[in-house]
Design a protein around this ligand. Structure first.
Ligand code: PHE
Length: 338
């Protein structure tokens, strides 16, 4: 093997040994860099006799070209290997089964809320919403509660640490009835509205939660009687429970804001709960003093109001016996409704 062929072979071996671009450039310098072996041979050309120069020059050039070709080939191979390694490191296994997203569900009390809105909308009721931090006036005074009424007491009602313009501490509304007043004062009769929402009372056991839901109903016109209350409410229950197999009873009771006042009880006439009376709502004809606080003339306007517990309706509909299940967030319970 002549000197030039040896040089080419040696360069190829060095290039092959280089694993990184920097090592490859070092190897290149040893052969075709400024002081590289091939470059040195070129410089020595001048010392040769004229008749040998041409052939020797061509041979050295050919060797240089062979080395450059080997260098470029190796450069490409190193770059390709780097790319392969990068792709392998970032590889996504597209054959892995996907992680499915979690589908949310609707809380059973919320289902009741939505059903009630749907039923009352279908018979021409508006749906209204109002503040949970209420004033004393809307919560009690406007609803004909005397100043010393026990509902105002700290034992029954939660208060926030803030006062209104009259120096009265602000309650968390203990019922949705303030919405009767808020709505009636901003609308003209006939007034037909329900107001579902959260309510708060100092109460906590298997059938009471400090936060619960009510739906207020109000229908005021020139001749809306107790008969209308009976018809509307009984019809609502039949649609809500999707059965005609139930009976409704209006039992005399007392609320400051209605006269006469009743508790509405219902019982199923078939099924496992047959014959058991359950209280589901307060109701009555709106008291003339409250009509006056609506800004209306009680000689002209009359109508009914009711306030029903959404948890109670939900428990009856699904046969749930502990109200606390609604607020624990246990997915085993909640998934049954979705
Ligand atoms: N606000 C009453 C309660 O929470 C229910 C009610 C509403 C009664 C409307 C009569 C009329 O107990």
């Amino acid at each position: 093997m002549d000197e030039l062929t040896q040089l080419i072979e040696s360069a190829k071996a060095d290039f092959a040994a280089a694993q990184q671009p920097a090592a490859l450039e070092d190897a290149k310098a040893r052969y075709i860099g400024k002081t590289g072996a091939v470059t040195m041979l070129m410089k020595e050309l001048g010392k040769l006799p004229a008749d040998q120069k041409r052939a020797r020059g061509q041979a050295i050039n050919a060797a240089k070209q062979a080395i450059e070709a080997a260098l470029n080939e190796r450069r490409e191979a190193i770059a390709n290997a780097a790319l392969e390694a990068k792709l392998a490191a970032e590889a996504i296994d597209v054959t892995l089964p996907g992680r499915s997203g979690h589908t949310g569900g609707i809380h059973p009390v919320m289902r009741t809320w939505m059903r009630i809105e749907e039923i009352f909308r279908s018979i021409g009721f508006d749906v209204a919403d109002g503040p949970e931090i209420e004033s004393d006036w809307f919560s009690f005074t406007a609803l004909n509660n005397p100043p010393n009424h026990p509902a105002r007491s700290m034992q029954d009602t939660f208060y926030v640490d803030r006062q209104d313009g009259n120096g009265m501490q602000l309650p968390l509304r203990p019922h949705t009835s303030p919405m009767q007043v808020r709505y009636a004062r901003t609308h003209t009769p006939p007034i037909k509205v329900i107001a579902p929402g959260r309510t708060y009372r100092v109460d906590s056991d298997a059938t009471h939660s400090p936060m619960f839901h009510q739906v207020e109903g109000l229908w005021i016109g020139e001749n809306i009687s107790f008969t209308d209350l009976k018809g509307v409410y009984a019809d609502f229950l039949r649609r809500f429970f999707e059965t005609d197999d139930l009976v409704v009873r209006f039992r005399p009771s007392y609320f400051p804001f209605t006269e006469p006042s009743v508790e509405v009880d219902m019982a199923f006439t078939t099924g496992p709960k047959k014959g058991r009376w359950l209280e589901i709502s307060g109701a009555g004809e709106v008291h003339p003093n409250v009509i006056r606080n609506f800004g209306l003339d009680p000689e002209k306007y009359i109508g009914f109001a009711f306030g029903s517990g959404l948890e109670r309706l939900t428990m009856l509909r699904y046969g749930i016996d502990d109200l606390r299940l609604f607020f624990e967030g246990d997915l085993r319970f909640l998934r049954q409704f979705n």
